[in-house]
Write a protein that binds this ligand. Structure first.
Ligand SMILES: Nc1ncnc2c1ncn2[C@@H]1O[C@H](COP(=O)(O)OP(=O)(O)OP(=O)(O)O)[C@@H](O)[C@H]1O
Length: 567
């Protein structure tokens, strides 16, 4: 079907038809996109709920529906309406999750109100697509009363034959009522935040920042204590905490050379997050940097993030003091690599004997090495048997008693959490180690990924391949359950498939297109990879991808969400 753009219609409608045509909207079968995982705990949804509750209670079984959308036209809520109207709305996908943007379904009360930024009534034949011409829709935009930003649309839809001039007044009234509720809620949330902020300022007397939705406050103590460039760095760092619902500690590297620890605590009003309070605690100079000196570059070790440098500093400090050390962390975080590099730096003239817990002659080798004056490193100590642990305890006791010629430095690595769960024997071993350093998982220092990628590619002799910014950004969004080891394997895989040039987002293996942290079974991983492949083959078209996989549209949307596939 073609739309006659020269029909005698209102100017606003004709212009909307022209826009619809320019967007290549299918005038016969519009196909609004579907979005899963809608967040219902937003300022708009919270403010709209009671307004829509009250209006819709009067409209049950009336041929009128109230529809709320977000600023993109995605339907968030649909209420009221008799069964026949609901069926008809379902048949044109005017239902929660579908996007009623003008560019997708042509002229309509929702999309056109968003496009023109004002209220509009679209009556029957004024709709661009044929299937919508049996409806009349009045859409009124809802704007944020403080920022003026567009939040969504309140739309009233009925059948064209029931259309009535008051529809638009009704929609405008409801939109205004929602805006009033947004102000009421914002006031209450800001009050809660302000009261927490003053309480923390009074209680601590230190530097405090309050982070609200629309509010940012930094107290006088912080302004006096930090110069303007350090303040800018602090403010920048608080971005990572904004919106957090759990307490969080962040380290901020300041241009002055100091670093600060930021302790974030969320503030709630009932169940609603009002914002959060950040207390700024300065690190004593020397905790992360010795006398203001930078952490030395260690051969074979990459990473300049605050957290990674802090970790290096802790291991360096223990090794420098010859303090026996346990390095604890998830698999592949770099425990062994870091300990070896630190030892080579701190004690270049001493031999480090590296033993793995699975070594069947570990005990004999360890004794001989210590006797010969070597330092000792036991990797994966959480896997040591009780018998070997007992032998090691005896060996370490002998060393402590001063029975060996030269005091060795001894380090262990254990998997995260294992040092707390050791049995009696393990505890006896660990009591020789006064210091445990947590080696952070890669997801806690994602900012090191660009440097790690360059380093790992170079180390593998892959010099003709670089990663595009989009590909690097994608790597920096992943959970990396296998840490740096997993990153190394991904890069090897990438380089096998592309021997030179720039690796883009689509060249990354399927595991890099999903952000789920859940451990997937083999079958689930295969299914996830098949969905990623199908989406890539069909340029992200979920309906076609679902068809080729023999899935329904609803199933593919659910699986995309479950597997965290980035579409
Ligand atoms: N900061 C880093 N700089 C350079 N390479 C790193 C870094 N961290 C880890 N790697 C590399 O990642 C891989 C895994 O490191 P390593 O074997 O030290 O981890 P691990 O924590 O001891 O692992 P596991 O417990 O699984 O044995 C190695 O190839 C190592 O070179």
């Amino acid at each position: 079907m073609t739309v006659a753009l020269n029909l005698p219609v209102r100017n606003s409608i004709r212009v909307s038809w022209q826009r619809s045509q320019a967007s290549l909207v299918d005038a016969d079968r519009p196909a609004p996109a579907y979005f899963d995982g809608i967040d219902f705990d937003t300022t708009l949804s919270r403010a709209a709920r009671p307004v829509i509750d009250s209006l819709s209670s009067e409209l049950t079984n009336e041929p009128v529906c109230i529809i709320l959308t977000d600023a993109k036209g995605i339907v968030l809520d649909r209420r009221g309406g008799d069964p026949s109207l609901i069926r008809r709305l379902d048949s044109v996908d005017l239902a929660p999750g579908f996007r009623y943007a003008e560019s997708e379904v042509g002229t309509n009360g929702i999309g056109t109100a968003l496009e023109v930024g004002g209220p509009i009534l679209v009556l029957g034949e004024e709709h661009y697509t044929g299937v919508l011409r049996t409806f009349a829709c009045a859409g009124a935009p809802i704007t944020h009363p403080v920022t003026g930003g567009l939040l969504g649309v309140l739309d009233i839809t009925t059948q064209a034959k029931n259309s009535n001039a008051v529809l638009l007044s009704f929609a405008k009234l409801a939109a205004r009522r929602i805006q009033e509720r947004i102000i009421e809620e914002a006031n209450a949330l800001d009050q809660a935040l302000l009261s927490d902020y003053y309480a923390v300022c009074r209680h601590t007397g230190g530097s405090v920042i309050a982070l609200g939705d629309e509010v940012f406050m930094i107290n006088a103590h912080a302004q006096q204590h930090f110069d303007s460039t350090d303040q800018a760095a602090l403010i920048d760092r608080t971005r990572d905490a904004r919106g957090g619902t759990k307490p969080l500690t962040l380290i901020a590297d300041l241009p002055s050379g100091f670093s600060a620890r930021l302790a974030y605590h969320p503030t709630f009003l009932g169940d609603t997050l009002a914002g959060g309070i950040v207390q700024i605690r300065e690190h004593r100079p020397g905790t992360r940097t010795v006398g203001g000196a930078r952490v030395p570059a260690l051969p074979g070790i990459v990473g300049a993030s605050a957290l990674w440098r802090h970790t290096m500093q802790e291991v360096l400090a223990a090794s420098g003091r010859a303090e026996w050390l346990v390095a604890e962390g998830e698999p592949g975080v770099g425990k062994m690599t870091l300990l070896r590099a630190v030892h080579a730096y701190s004690s270049p003239n001493r031999r480090l004997a590296i033993l793995d817990a699975d070594d069947p002659i570990l005990l004999a080798t360890a004794s001989a090495e210590v006797e010969s004056g070597a330092d000792l490193f036991i990797h994966h100590a959480h896997r040591l048997s009780g018998e070997v642990i007992e032998g090691l305890v005896d060996l370490l006791q002998t060393v402590r008693d001063g029975s060996v010629a030269r005091d060795p430095w001894i380090a262990l690595t254990v998997l995260t959490g294992q040092s707390d769960e050791q049995d009696e024997v393990g505890t006896q071993l660990l009591r020789f180690f006064p210091r445990t350093v947590a080696i952070p998982p890669l997801r806690h220092h994602l900012e090191d990924i660009p440097a790690l990628v360059r380093y790992l590619l170079g180390r593998a002799g892959i010099t003709d391949v670089t990663l595009s910014t989009a590909a690097i950004n994608q790597l920096m969004r992943l959970p990396w359950a296998g840490n740096v080891t997993q990153l190394r394997m991904v890069l090897t895989d990438v380089a096998r498939r592309r021997r030179s040039g720039t690796v883009d987002l689509d060249d990354l293996p399927a595991e890099c297109h999903a952000t789920t942290r859940r451990h997937l079974t083999r079958m689930e991983a295969l299914e996830r990879d098949a969905i990623v492949e199908a989406l890539a083959t069909h340029n992200g078209d979920k309906t076609t991808a679902a068809g080729t996989l023999g899935m329904s549209r609803a199933t593919i949307y659910r699986k995309i969400r479950d597997y965290g596939i980035l579409s």
